[in-house]
Design a protein around this ligand. Structure first.
Ligand code: 9MR
Length: 361
């Protein structure tokens, strides 16, 4: 008996030793999606269209098998990077191009991923027929309504969240006059877009989405006022999202949790939808360590806020990142190198997810 007890104590002591020697979060060989608490979707942009069209590689999603393998393994949410934008999905007034978006939605379903639809009301990447056409106000309104019913309706029940209104305020917190719908029809069109999207897919969570809202300021205030107004008018608004395109020139997003909390307090979901962290080239180990801290700070912000249910990075490999194309002196903004090997930021995200409280929403 005593011998058995001694043996048991020995086993326990060994277990304790092993436990202290193990890495804190014991993320082991897990993927990001497996390390995450179940309520939190871990997403990525799905590369294609946009800047990719001018690059010396074939369209990434359909052509890069390794890319699709990592996409399926690591993520539980997929955001078409360009394939649901107006210029891509609605290239002529009476023609839609659904093929690439359909393929992403089908892939996501096969791999147990949700989809974030992006986007319905935006000033950028609109087709020439829309931007340069001459329409009466009534026609323009009908065009937007038809577009929303057609696109949202096609994927009804298959989209977890839609970025209904994207980047509608400028840096001064004013409605962007570059947005053809807002300029021609007035800001009231934003509420209509949410109502139409909700009619077309009552289960989708409908979001406001923007960059430059990672710190408090007039832009955040403008969104807070708009969100409060829409909710008071019973417009089906369900969430507020920070894109979080970060640069190491501007500091870590240390007030992001406080910003998200303001919208959580209104009863909205919140999300990080396009996170990346660019650095001045060349890359150094020190910069990679700082980059990991930025990624972690953004993830911690989402984890700290109850209704933050979606955390998406804007691409997972530098191979296809938009950053070097738009910011020539900067790069290395994603969590993996061109060959899909992992940077410190990847490991930090995974360890943080593995250590996160398992909450239910
Ligand atoms: O990553 C997208 C890139 O392929 C396009 O060329 C670019 C055109 O504006 O848009 C990029 O995605 C943007 C997203 O749709 C909205 N927020 C900013 C993103 C980075 O520009």
């Amino acid at each position: 008996m005593r011998k058995a007890l001694r043996a048991a104590v020995a086993v326990l002591a060994t277990a304790a030793l092993v436990a202290t020697a193990a890495p804190p979060a014991s993320a082991g060989g897990k993927s990001l999606r497996d390390a995450a608490p179940r309520y939190l979707k871990i997403g990525t942009a799905v590369a294609g269209g946009g800047h990719h069209v001018d690059q010396p590689y074939p369209d990434p999603f359909p052509n890069d098998r390794k890319y699709r393998q990592v996409l399926a393994r690591e993520f539980s949410s997929a955001s078409p990077e360009n394939q649901m934008k107006w210029e891509f999905i609605h290239p002529e007034r009476h023609r839609y191009n659904f093929g690439p978006a359909d393929a992403i939605v089908a892939f996501a379903r096969r791999h147990g991923q949700v989809v974030r639809g992006h986007t319905l009301l935006w000033h950028s990447q609109n087709p020439a027929w829309l931007e340069e056409g001459t329409f009466t106000k009534a026609e323009l309104r009908r065009i937007l309504k038809e577009h929303i019913f057609t696109v949202v309706g096609r994927y009804r029940g298959k989209i977890q969240q839609w970025d209904v209104a994207n980047e509608i305020f400028n840096e001064n917190g004013e409605y962007r006059q570059e947005n053809i719908f807002i300029r021609e029809l007035g800001p009231g069109i934003v509420a209509d877009a949410f109502r139409w999207a909700h009619q077309a897919d009552p289960r989708a969570q409908l979001f406001l989405n923007d960059y430059g809202v990672e710190w408090p300021g007039v832009k955040v205030d403008a969104y807070h006022a708009l969100a409060s107004e829409l909710l008071a008018a019973r417009v089906p608004l369900h969430g507020f999202a920070s894109q979080a395109h970060l640069s190491m020139r501007y500091g870590a997003p240390d007030q992001l949790a406080a910003v998200l909390q303001r919208f959580d307090d209104l009863g909205l979901h919140t999300a990080i939808t396009e996170l990346d962290v660019r650095m001045d080239l060349p890359v150094t180990d020190e910069k990679l360590a700082t980059q990991a801290v930025y990624y972690r700070t953004a993830l911690d912000a989402c984890l700290a806020v109850d209704g933050c249910n979606s955390f998406t990075i804007w691409g997972f490999t530098d191979k296809y990142s938009w950053v070097p194309v738009f910011f020539p002196a900067e790069g290395a903004a994603t969590v993996m190198w061109d060959d899909f090997s992992r940077k410190p930021a990847y490991h930090t995200l995974r360890d943080t997810l593995a250590a996160a409280p398992r909450r239910h929403h």
